[in-house]
Design a protein around this ligand. Structure first.
Ligand code: HEC
Length: 162
């Protein structure tokens, strides 16, 4: 049994041995809930997100599939098939585009307003017209899937559309 009397005021300090475990557990749980919440929000009305605010494996796969077609039609001319790069644009399967460094928002931004040359020497990227936000979310799903498959990052530690 934990002694609670007289200890309540000490609970917030992580040095308090027994409560620190509980505290760490709670923090982890809260972080999970927060992350799950973020993922849900990211879709901003995109179809394919489940009611509870998490994206199921099934809808991720469907989004990535849709994204592959959109990517091939709108991005692959420069970024290459499977985002492997061409002489007109960089591969996106690169540590530079890890979601911790280029989060989803920067991909949305790239499509919406274009990119001024800064990482490479291919020139600028012009904005890509005709894509709605959910379309870009699907493209992001596809790119993140390729990045995961190629070991750029693992798991779901980063809030991304997928
Ligand atoms: C006409 C060629 C071209 C097309 C089409 C194109 N891009 Fe790019 N893109 C580039 C180039 C070149 C860069 C590199 C700019 C730099 O950092 O030097 C780039 C950079 C990016 C970046 C990095 C942004 C940043 O903040 O550094 C993202 C993300 C991206 N493109 C996504 C896309 C997506 C998604 C599509 C399709 C909807 C697309 N691009 C279509 C040429 C293109």
């Amino acid at each position: 049994m934990m002694r609670i009397t007289g200890q309540m005021h000490k609970l917030p300090t992580l040095r308090n041995r027994k409560s620190s475990h509980i505290k760490a557990g709670l923090l982890a749980l809260m972080a999970c809930l927060l992350l799950a919440g973020c993922q849900g929000d990211n879709g901003s009305g995109a179809s394919g997100t489940e009611g509870e605010g998490t994206t199921s494996e099934l809808s991720r796969a469907a989004m990535a599939q849709e994204g592959e077609e959109l990517f091939n039609a709108n991005c692959s001319a420069c970024h290459g098939l499977e985002a492997a790069g061409t002489n007109l644009g960089p591969t996106l399967i690169h540590r530079v585009y890890h979601p911790g460094h280029h989060p989803d928002a920067s991909i949305h931004n790239a499509v919406k307003v274009g990119v001024r040359q800064h990482h490479w020497t291919f020139g600028n990227m012009a904005p890509v017209a005709g894509l709605k936000e959910p379309d870009v979310d699907n493209i992001i799903c596809y790119v993140r899937r390729l990045q995961r498959e190629n070991g750029i990052f693992e798991g779901n530690d980063f809030p991304t559309a997928c």
